[in-house]
Design a protein around this ligand. Structure first.
Ligand SMILES: [Zn+2]
Length: 121
């Protein structure tokens, strides 16, 4: 079987190390044989090398989807996204209030968190 041939601009599922989340990445470059070599995360703009079908990617994909990535205020969250907060535990984003604020439902109650804010100090 031949491997699938990709073209620039297509979407591929990949774990973004910056977002710490699996999402559709935009293919930005392919090899002469049509293999994806570099992809760009549509959310954070991070460009990274793409290795298709590596076990590491598969494992990361599964664990990220199951447990929810650690809460990181520099990330941009969206409704329905899961996270693991160091204090409150597992939570799910119920609403994006404004560009930098989200409501997150934890085991006890909804808490308002900041997100999408640049890292400082
Ligand atoms: Zn990203």
């Amino acid at each position: 079987m031949n491997k699938p041939v990709f073209t620039v601009g297509e979407r591929v599922e990949k774990l973004c190390v910056v977002c710490n989340e699996v999402r559709g990445h935009v293919v930005v470059s392919v090899t002469k044989r049509g293999q994806v070599s570099r992809v760009s995360c549509p959310k954070c703009g991070e460009r990274s090398a793409f290795k298709s079908g590596t076990p590491a990617d598969e494992n990361a994909k599964r664990s990220a989807a199951k447990a929810g990535a650690p809460y990181d205020r520099t990330r941009t969250y969206r409704t329905g996204q899961a996270m693991m907060h160091p204090t409150f535990g597992l939570g799910e984003v119920t609403k994006v209030i404004e560009p930098c604020k989200i409501d997150v439902l934890f085991a006890d109650r909804i808490r308002r968190l900041i997100h999408s804010t640049p890292a400082s100090e």
